[in-house]
Write a protein that binds this ligand. Sequence first.
Ligand code: M6R
Length: 610
Amino acid sequence: MCGIIGYVGKTPCVEFIFEGLKKLEYRGYDSSGIAVYDSGHLHLIKKPGKIKNLQPYLGSLPSAASSGMGHTRWATHGEPSELNAHPHMEQGISVVHNGILENYKELKIELMREGAVFQSDTDTEVMVHLLARELAYVKDPKKAILNIVPRLEGAFAFGIMFADYPDTVYLVKQASPLVVGLGEGESFFASDALALLGHCKNYVYLEDAQIAELKSSGLQLYNFHGVQAEFEVTQIDEAAFSVDKGGFHHYMRKEISEQSRIIAAAIAKYLGPGSLESWADVLDKLPAKGKIAVHEQTPVYIVGCGTAYYAGMLGKYLIESLTAVQVQVELASEFRYRQPKLRAGAIAIAVTQSGETADTLAAVQYAKRQGATVYSLCNVEHSSIVRESEVFIPLGCGAEIGVASTKAFTAMVFNFYLLSWVVASQFESVAQSPAEELRSLPLLLERIQAMDAQIEQVAKQIVEASSCIYMGRGHHFPLACEGALKLKELSYIHAEGYAGGELKHGPIALIDRSMFVVALVPRCDGYDKMVSNIQEVIAREGRVIAVGAEDDRQLQEMVEYYIPSPQVDDPALQAILTAVVLQLFAYYVAVHRGTDVDQPRNLAKSVTVE
Ligand code: M6R
C-alpha cells in the first residue's frame, strides 16, 4: 500500500527515483509524485494515474538535484487526484507517507483552528502542517519530529525533507515497512529493498518506533524518545528478486508458468533424489530459522488474509488429516480484534507472501503477547513478519509481482504439505507417505501449461458473465474460494466460492440461466456428491463449467463446458494441480475482458494498511 523511494547523495537522482517508483508500482498505482532538493528549494511534480504519467514532467525538475524522494499511492483518504497525490509540500517541508493516520481528523481540526489551510483530503497533510508549526518553535527538524510523533496514531512510514536542511532526509517508521540502503557517499531508502537492488549492498531494516536521519555520509537511528539506536546491516540475495516478464505478456502468466520449476526445486531441496527414508530428514532441512516442534496437544492457529488465508484453510485440512493436532484457521483481520485467549504452548502460523500485510502482522503481534510461538510461511526473508517469527519456513518462489497471487499460493500449500508430514512424523504412527506422487507433481504442472489453449477456450465463454459460483468439497472447498477470489480480482466478475454441501442452504436460489457454476470435481474429493450438486444446478438451468479428470467422459458429457486436469490420488496434491487450472482460467477471462491483469483496479500487492 503506497511505495516510497528516495536518495541522498552526490549524483543526480531524478531518474533513479522514477525508475524506483516503477519497481514499487505493485504497491499502489493511482497517482504518484517526486520531490527533490536543489539550490535551497524543494521542487515537486505529481500526477494522477500510473507512474508513466510522470515521465513527461521529469524534465521540469532540476536535473542536478542529488537528494529527493518519490511516492506511488494507493488511495485511503481522498480520491486519486493530483492534489491528493504525495509528496505533500508546505512552507519548505515535503512529506511522503505509507499508512494511515487514524487521528488525523482531530489534528486537522486543531490545525485549521490555528489558521492552517489544507490543499488535499488526505490524512498525510496534517503531518506537513504539524511539522511546520513545531519547526517554527524548536528550529531543529529532528526535535520537531520527536515532539510530534507521540501525537500520531495509526500506521506510518514517512519520508520528510526540509528545504532549509539539505543533504538530509528524515524517516519515521511505525507498523509500515522502510528499508535504508547504504552506499559509498550516498544513501537510499524505500518501502521494499526490491527497488534498491543493484544500487547498494548493505541494507538496514528500520524497526517500529524509530526515526532515521539519513545523509549522504550515512545513517543515524533514534527511538521515539530521541535515544540513539544501534542497527544491524544486512546483505540481500539479489538472485531471489528477478523481476522480468520472461517473454510473457504479463508477470502473472510468467508466475503461473514458474510453479512447476519452483515445486521441483523444493522437492530436490527437501526430499533429495532418492526414495524418502524419513520425514525427520525433511525436518532437518525445512526451516531456515528455528526448529519445528508441534505436539499432539499443541493448539495451532493459522492466520492470513485473502489468498494466504485460503492456503491456510488447506493447511488446516492437511495437518488435521494426518495428525490429531487441532488447527484453527483465522482471518488475521478478525483474529487481532476477536482477541481469543490462546492456551499455553500455542503456535501461531502466519501465512503471507509479502510478510508485510498489516492485519497478519498485527495478528502475529497479538499472538506473541498471548505467549504463542510464531511460525511464518513467507516469501520475503527480511520482511516484518519474518522478523517477528521464531520459526521461518521460506516459500522460495522468488519475487511475485502480479498483484494476484499465484505461485505464492501453491508454494504455501506445498509447504503446508511438507509441514503436515513433518509434524505427523514426530508422533508414533505415520501413514505411508505419498512421496512418489509428490515427485510426479512438476511434470503434471508442466502438462497443465500445455493445456493453456483449451483453458482459454472455456474462459472466453464467460467473458460476458456478471456473476459466477465456484463449488468444491474437501480440499477443493478452499480452492473454490481461492478460484473465485482470482476471478473477481482479475476480471471484476462477481464470484463466490462455496462448499458443495452448502449449495442447497441458500446459494442455489441464485441459480438460473445467467449463472455460471465452476464445479471442481476431481476423483478424490467427494466426487459422487459433487456430481449430484452439478445435477441440481443443471436442473435449474445453471451453466456448469466442470474441472475434472482428463478421462472422465461421463462428467464431460453431463456439463456445458469442461476443463480436463491431470489427476493424482492425494487430494492435497490434486488441489495444487487444480489451483493452477483455476489461475489460468481467471487469467484468460481477464485477458479477454481487457482488464489490467498485473495491476487490477483498486488493489495493491502489499496491504500495509488496515
Ligand atoms: O502478502 P500476503 O500473502 O499477506 O497478502 C495477503 C492478501 O492481500 C493477498 O493474498 C491478496 O488476497 C491477493 N491479491 C490475492 O491474489
